[in-house]
Design a protein around this ligand. Structure first.
Ligand SMILES: *Cc1c(COP(=O)(O)O)cnc(C)c1O
Length: 370
């Protein structure tokens, strides 16, 4: 019985969290939160202590992403999914064009298609396992790109398509671990429970002057916007180191702590190089393996944090994930809706290189034992 396979303790990674969202949260961060006692938790988000967490996040991200002064670091409640809906109200003037190459990129397009005051979005599609090239599209005022398609393990380079229109980048799961020139976008937004190793429930959006102007112009146009979806309120509150409504203070703490930890790791370029090196171990292992193959055939499109690995049909990948889980190695399952016989391995910045080696050894052990 596969369920009975016990991986020898000396093969196991020190930490068994290899999920792609939420990802491993460093224990040091959790300990720091616990040690902060009554300083933040259970206190008002309108008072200096909690506002100091928001200030640390905003200052730290500005440094980490080497932002020009005129870009604003904003954050609020709801995550990237919520941001799609807010963007439909506050950033798309009439029509958006979307690079669609997996579940997450498709979801923003679906949200935009539901907005009764917008024209139907233009979809620029590519098969899963690849990404489209986005060129000028006439008659659109927003281009929606996805930095790292977490459902397929494809990363796309972020460059402005020639043409007018704001460039909105869903960077959730890529942000922080893939080098980027944020000025190639107008809105670089993400949830912090992936590469930033924090908790879900928040979104961060880095806004260019053009994006700020668009938010103001749409608001001034008189379009009815429910307040929680109004990004002008997000801008105003962020500038005061607040969120519009009550945040989970623990999430703010973990994000502030991890932005500073990533800066200590050498900043974005160094962290991105380390992620690429860890993912390289996984892809090289799969290339050499008799039963594993990288799903993304073009090495240039492979994500440096979300490694999708097809498994030979003679082996049930979900059985492998189940055995790993029973042995404390968690969340290695494929993205469900992709429907492939696959493992999806997250090698985010908090994951140690030795643990990646150990994970690959454990997969070999399990497949052998099956
Ligand atoms: C995880 C993820 C999301 C959704 O994030 P939530 O915080 O759950 O809203 C959106 N886009 C991408 C690319 C993701 O990886």
């Amino acid at each position: 019985m596969t369920a009975d396979i016990t991986i020898p303790a000396d093969l196991l990674p020190a930490d068994g969290r290899f999920g792609c969202g939420p990802t491993k949260v460093r224990q040091a961060s959790v300990d720091a939160l616990a040690a902060s006692g009554g300083r933040y938790l259970g206190t008002s988000h309108r008072k200096p202590e909690v506002k100091s967490l928001v200030a640390r996040i905003r200052t730290g991200l500005r440094e980490y992403f080497r932002l020009p002064d005129e870009y604003e670091v904003t954050l609020s409640n709801g995550g990237a999914t919520f941001f799609w809906d807010a963007a439909g109200f506050s950033l798309i003037e009439q029509r958006s064009a979307h690079a669609v190459f997996g579940e997450f990129s498709a979801k923003f397009a679906k949200s935009a298609a539901l907005m009764p005051f917008l024209d139907d979005p233009v979809l620029i599609e590519a098969p899963v396992g690849s990404h489209p090239q986005v060129e000028r599209v006439d008659g659109v005022d927003v281009y929606a790109l996805t930095h790292n398609e977490t459902s397929t393990g494809v990363a796309m380079p972020i460059t402005r398509p020639a043409g007018n229109g704001l460039v909105l980048v869903d960077a959730t799961s890529g942000a922080g671990a893939i080098d980027v020139d944020v000025t190639e976008s107008d809105v670089y937004y993400f949830s912090p429970q992936k590469a930033f190793g924090a908790e879900g429930g928040l979104f961060v959006a880095l806004l260019s002057p053009s994006a700020q102007a668009r938010i103001g112009a749409i608001r001034a146009s008189g379009r009815p916007i429910p307040p929680s979806l109004d990004l002008s309120l997000v801008l105003d509150n962020s500038a005061k180191d607040q969120t519009y409504n009550t945040p989970a203070v623990s999430s703010l703490f973990l994000l502030a702590d991890n932005v500073e930890w990533l800066l200590e790791q050498g900043g974005l370029t160094a962290v991105a190089e380390a992620s690429t090196a860890k993912a390289g171990l996984v892809y090289a292992w799969a290339d050499a393996s008799a039963f594993a193959t990288p799903f993304v055939s073009d090495p240039a499109k492979r994500s440096p944090v979300v490694c999708t690995i097809d498994i030979d049909e003679s082996i049930d990948a979900s059985d492998v994930s189940d055995v790993l889980r029973a042995n404390g190695i968690l969340d290695t399952d494929a993205y469900r809706k992709l429907g492939r016989n696959q493992l999806r391995l997250g090698v985010f910045p908090a994951v140690d290189t030795e643990d990646v080696h150990a994970l690959l050894g454990c997969i070999d052990y399990v497949v052998e034992a099956m």
